[in-house]
Structures are given as structure tokens and as C-alpha cells.
Design a protein around this ligand. Structure first.
Ligand code: ADP
Ligand code: MG
Length: 339
């Protein structure tokens, strides 16, 4: 008889977890921006070089970390956001898995600077290969800066699998937009290779969408509002005459989190029935607020899919809210001469 099972060393376990959490530079952008939001930042700055392949840095003015927390934040399953399994159904933060920083540090070089309000000085850490290689006391503003360099330096297959800079940058911008659209009350900026790509001041939902997609968007938006026991729906749908052949701007947010849902997308399609030219897709920016107890976010590591307790009711409410808004704006059906 011989025993063959061993517990994997932490750095190996982290690298395995990273495979799920970090698919490309945009995944790092998402995780770091969400951490900044959870830290109650008001201003979030994203700096990328070479479409994130050489540098992704997020600087926030949030709560910062103590020196001990700064070290702990890179351990797997280390989180300040939940304490018990019950908390999973009361989530008010983006994060809860305590995996992102540990995963990122397993596949990139990471530098952290952080300071809590009221502290004279902050902490600077350098993490290489999951190990803290230096820790210093630094003068730094309140908040946190995380720099992620040379992503996938130790996983050549992943690094080679990355797409061209323009494709990877597109993914980063999409992620930046999603987070910014979900939080119009915060200000965001983004810089790529030294030049400013976006500067989004504090505003409201409509103005944030217009700032991102251009001033022409304003006239295309039809407001949607519906408040029920199960869900509060707000946001906008694009007028049918602006529907495009490509699936363009289609956004669902649930409790300020961007999610993908073919099922709810279908509800919007149903609300637009008879109003669209064949082969075109409506745009929508819809914000759903539900009791955190009625959803499960923990079904995928990247949290872009969620499970509703009662998705049929949400489908029906969404369809009728959108239909109602389109009706109120007196939108006549289009005659489709191509048919
Ligand atoms: P999670 O967000 O799921 O808790 P992370 O690995 O992303 O896991 O972060 C681990 C912990 O590090 C967080 O719970 C938080 O306490 C701390 N942290 C991470 N980023 C920041 C930040 N920008 N500002 C303050 N604290 C942070
Ligand atoms: Mg996180």
C-alpha cells in the first residue's frame, strides 16, 4: 500500500484558480475596479499599457488597507467582505471569494501601495511568484494602487493565446464601460499608453451612457421604470428605429453588477415584437434591483451569470415594463418592406 495524494502548494493552487478568474487582461481590470468600488472609492483611475499586456494599474481613493491586511489580501480565500456562508445571500459587495488578488499574483508581477485614512504613512508591497518579495513604508495618498505587470509571464501558453492589442484593448474598454455604467455616482478615468481614453465625471445614469456612447445617444433613449415587490426596473431602451443589425449596446445590471442573460434578453426581444425591422437588435441599458436573498451570484468565478429564484416573474415584469415604455412614447410599428 502506498499513499499518493498530496496537498498542492499554495502557489500551484493559486495558479489553477487564476485559470478561471483571469482569462485575459480585461479580467484583471474588472477585478481591480470592483475592489476599488468595494473600498468605497469616489475616484477610480485605470492605466494600461500595451492593451494590459505589460501594465494594468488601478488607483483609487478608497479606504485603503492596514499593513497586515495588505499582506493578507494576497492569500487565497482572504476577504474582508464575508464572514459566514449566510453572508453569501446578503451580498452588498462585488467581491466575496477572496481569490482575485491571490490569483493575479500567481500569474503576474504585482505592486501594491495602500494607505488608510488618518495614517501618516502607507505600505508598499512587491509580490513575485505569489511571494511577497519586499515590503516598505511609503508616503502615498489615502487609497490603494495596484499595478499588475507582465501578465501570464509564467504561463507561455496563455500569453501566446492573447489576441492582438486592439482586440484585448476592446475587451478592457468593454469592462471599464460596464463598471462605469453601473456606478454613475463615481468618477472614472482611463489612460492607454499615456493618453487619456475616457474621463467620466460624476453624473446620473442617462448622462453616463451619453458620455460613453456619444451625444447622439441621448435622443435614442426611452426611459423604463417599474417598481414591484420582486424587482425594481429602471434604465433605458433604444428607440426601435435605431436598432442595429449587429448586437450592439445590450446591458443588464443586477444590483449594480453587469450580467449576461440570454433569457432576459429574450424578454426584451418579446417587448419589441412587431417594432423592429427583421434582423435588427434593440439596444438597452437596464438596471434591475432585487433583494440579494433572491439571487445566487456564486455560480461562476467571474460572476457574470447569476441565478434568480423567480426568473419567470422577472421575465414577465421586464417584458411588460419595456412594452409599456415603448407604447407611451407612441412608437409606431415599422413596415418592413424586405419581408
Ligand atoms: P474579494 O474582493 O473577493 O474579497 P480580492 O482578492 O479581490 O477578494 O481582495 C482581497 C481583499 O483585499 C478584499 O476583501 C479587501 O479587503 C482587500 N482589498 C483588495 N483591493 C482593495 C482596494 N482597492 N482597497 C482596499 N482594500 C482592498
Ligand atoms: Mg475582489
Amino acid at each position: 500500500m502506498s499513499d499518493v495524494i498530496q496537498l498542492l502548494p499554495d502557489h500551484v493552487a493559486n495558479q489553477i484558480a487564476a485559470g478561471e478568474v483571469v482569462q485575459r487582461p480585461a479580467s484583471v481590470v474588472k477585478e481591480l475596479m470592483e475592489n476599488a468600488i468595494d473600498a468605497e472609492a469616489q475616484t477610480i483611475k485605470l492605466i494600461v499599457k500595451d492593451a494590459g499586456k505589460t501594465l494594468i494599474q488601478v488607483i483609487d481613493d478608497g479606504n485603503g488597507m492596514s499593513p497586515t491586511d495588505a499582506r493578507l489580501s494576497f492569500e487565497r480565500h482572504a476577504t474582508s467582505k464575508i464572514r459566514s456562508a449566510e453572508d453569501l445571500f446578503q451580498l452588498h459587495t462585488k467581491g466575496f471569494r477572496g481569490e482575485a488578488l491571490a490569483s493575479i499574483a500567481a500569474i503576474a508581477h504585482v505592486e501594491l501601495k495602500t494607505k488608510q485614512i488618518g495614517d501618516e504613512v502607507g505600505t508598499a508591497l512587491v509580490i513575485e511568484g505569489s511571494e511577497i518579495s519586499s515590503q516598505e513604508v511609503v508616503v502615498t495618498p489615502k487609497g490603494t494602487s495596484v499595478s499588475v505587470k507582465n501578465l501570464f509571464f509564467n504561463i507561455p501558453a496563455r500569453r501566446n493565446f492573447l489576441k492582438s492589442n486592439s482586440v484585448e484593448l476592446r475587451h478592457i474598454i468593454d469592462e471599464f464601460h460596464r463598471v462605469a455604467m453601473a456606478h454613475p455616482g463615481l468618477s472614472f478615468s482611463m489612460y492607454h499608453n499615456g493618453s487619456e481614453s475616457f474621463n467620466l465625471p460624476v453624473s446620473n445614469y442617462r448622462q453616463r451612457i451619453v458620455n460613453i456612447f456619444g451625444s447622439k445617444t441621448n435622443e435614442k433613449l426611452v426611459p423604463v421604470t417599474e417598481e414591484t415587490e420582486v424587482v425594481n426596473i429602471s434604465g433605458f431602451v433604444g428607440k426601435p428605429e435605431f436598432a442595429k443589425k449587429t448586437r450592439g449596446e445590450q446591458y443588464f445590471f443586477v444590483n449594480h453588477r453587469f450580467i449576461k442573460s440570454p433569457y432576459l434578453n429574450h424578454a426584451i426581444g418579446a417587448a419589441f415584437e412587431g417594432l423592429l425591422k427583421q434582423g435588427t437588435h434593440p439596444s438597452y441599458f437596464l438596471y434591475l434591483e432585487v433583494d440579494p436573498q433572491t439571487i445566487d451570484i456564486n455560480i461562476h468565478p467571474t460572476k457574470t451569470e447569476i441565478k434568480f429564484d423567480d426568473e419567470h416573474t422577472i421575465y414577465a415584469l421586464l417584458r411588460s415594463a419595456v412594452k409599456h415604455s415603448l407604447g407611451q412614447f407612441n412608437i409606431a410599428p415599422v413596415l418592413d418592406f424586405d419581408q
